[in-house]
Design a protein around this ligand. Sequence first.
Ligand code: SUG
Length: 445
Amino acid sequence: MKHFEVNFDGLVGPTHNYAGLSFGNVASLSNARSVSSPRSAAKQGLEKMKALHDMGMVQGVLAPQERPDIYALRRIGFQGSDQEVLARAAKEAPAIFQACCSASSMWTANAATVSPGADTADGKVHFTPANLTNKFHRSLEPQTTGRILRAMFNNSRYFAHHDHLPNNEHFGDEGAANHTRFCSEYGHAGVEMFVYGRYAFDGSKPAPTKYPARQTYEASLAVARLHGLSDENTVFVQQNPDVIDQGVFHNDVIAVGNQNVLFFHEEAFLNTAQAIEELQSKVATEMHFIEVPTARVPVAEAVRTYLFNTQLITLKNGHMVIVAPTECRDSEIVSSYLSELVTQNTPIKEVRYFDVKQSMRNGGGPACLRLRVALKDQELAAVNPACIMNDTLFATLNTWVDKHYREELSSDDLADPQLLIESRTALDELTQILKLGSVYRFQRD
Ligand code: SUG
């Protein structure tokens, strides 16, 4: 039996823009209203996917969502033809309108939480789309995410799909951005670490005071229950509220793990010693805990460069590579740290830098752009093959982007009725390329 970790990267959508929608996410707020390039954004993402494929990884593609979200605008009372809905919403409620235009589904680390079959009670791979309740623009994603995941993992013998958790901040769930799995081999039973920012039903517990904690303890527990995980293969860890208040809006901005490695910042967790002890006692292999001290990399520098929003991937020769954004290379503090790290006695042997600046300016690094799914070979064979990256798909998607995506987009362009037509035309063609069927509402209604 063979097993793999497959990274499913979000394809950036045609309305990629900077609207400053994410309070608590420093990059999103500081780049608000700058001009974006949807075409470069999509191509930067595709280059990363292709590079991982060329490194021998199995790489998948997750389709973007339809934006502007006309259905959300109708639901809050804007009426008339699609063009009238756009024009009225842009004029009367510009902030809400912009939220309905966000291409935020590109950050597929927030698409869902996934538990591999080796960990679950029924042996199936379980998927729960994240409800993303904390931000209105992101709360528009889960239903379509669920449809896309069902179209990609469409075999009930191997895959179990759940509805997203109740749409309420008490059950705020941000998906795999707060979920890390440790194991010896991907196909072997592992331990799943859920990191939460606050307790929703107990106000006496520590919580951030400035920025929101998007993930609740109760949501993490609910996902673990749905997936049929046990006490033995789960660990629940509270994020340090102080780092949330410094812009760490998801755990994947301050920690990343893979197999037997947890790479994390000294200030990441509220109770680090306890978390380490519990993880080591539950994971069936010896763990490497690589803790980066504040004295070496301050939290602000980690947030600015996204040192921890890196991907840790295992190549076929067993070496781990750290996939980092070029912002890490361009920081003296971080690049010197990384050059030393790869010479030390840990499985991490190499750093590869990627330019994902279009995404970074909205607070999305390499790790935000991917959803990890550990699969055994027979499960991989049941995945929609049109969504798996290869040289032909890479060429096809680049041509598709060139044909449909704008070079530049400013917030004023979002109300252009032509953008809606362009976006729907592009996505309709994409569902044929990725063989997804009619996953978008404009194709179904
Ligand atoms: O949810 N940014 C996203 C970034 C998500 C990053 N994901 C992970 N860390 N896994 C967010 O805050 C900004 C959109 C705007 O401002 O236009 C945004 O949604």
